[in-house]
Design a protein around this ligand. Sequence first.
Ligand SMILES: *Cc1c(COP(=O)(O)O)cnc(C)c1O
Length: 369
Amino acid sequence: MPKANETVLEIDLRALTHNFNYLTSKLQSNTKFLAVVKAFAYGSDAVEIANHLEKLEVDYFAVAYTREGVLLRDAGITTPILVLHPQPINFETIIERCLEPSIYNAKVLNEFIAVAEQQKQKDYPVHIKFNTGLNRLGFWENDVDYIVSKLKATSAIVAKSLFSHLAASEDPNETEFSNRQINSFKATAKEFEVKMAYKPWLHLCNTSGVINYPEGHLDMVRCGIGLYGFGNSASEDNNLKPIASLKSVISQIHMIEKGETVGYNRAYTSKGFEKTATIPIGHADGLGRHYGNENGFVFINGNKAPIIGNVCMDMIMVNITDIECKEGDEVILFDAEKKASTLAESSGTISYEILTAISQRIKRKIISS
Ligand SMILES: *Cc1c(COP(=O)(O)O)cnc(C)c1O
């Protein structure tokens, strides 16, 4: 791999293939795989990731918002796309672009039926979301009669799947709660099947659900973070490969005397004769201010260099007093070994946030061989 000479997010499609194969190896052969590619495929590149997963014959995609689905359709993605969190204002676009909405409450159900009927749709696929304890989106279990009455009264839409979402699938202390969610979802689905006299697909598990709750795999699973190389535990992290590496370069080195200060608001004071490096990545790139003041760090020539002072919009300064390096040397924020999750934890956050924060102005470089 040539060394980075500007700030770049490298995306390794070979690691994506590995993660896809690892996650699907956990499934029974008839369980379908939905890849969650919301938020630019967790901060990487939604189109590149979706294209690659299409080649691997993924069954479904999911995005959060309608315009994320439109982006994939514009790029030529033809696999079905579930929109997890659509708004009624986008329902015409959803139909026009062959996107499939999550129907999470009565307002959304009624408004989607109205648009589908007005457009003379027949059996337009929708996905009914049930709330089993996350208390975020979804119908209540006792809404089944209402949903069934609405579905029976129209031929414009059909419930292709029923789904729910686990609140704490990665937490070994919450197995009782997760099992309760799984059982209550299965009971709701059963009731729906009896009343509608057909079986929609059922899906419930995210990445940690796939790993920890085989009895919850049902007809399809929905994986995001695992595809991108993180398993929400040390042991599962070892089975997965991070696909994204965030690299940069030393722009300038400063030698400063004891007592001098570094950066905005003079937040860092030198403890002696020190050496600092300025690196072109800042909070506008997704490296938030919480990484400043020696919470976060970078790696230069294998050595850890803490971020000193406040994170600026377009740059950070790091302490390289004991590190042999020069202007133009490569800087690693995270890669396959120096994990993004470790950097995230340095400032009280999680892999999901650091990955999805990486801003669109950072160049993406796709590695496929
Ligand atoms: C984001 C999301 C997922 C993916 O979760 P991971 O933990 O990243 O695998 C699955 N289902 C829903 C409803 C989501 O919002």
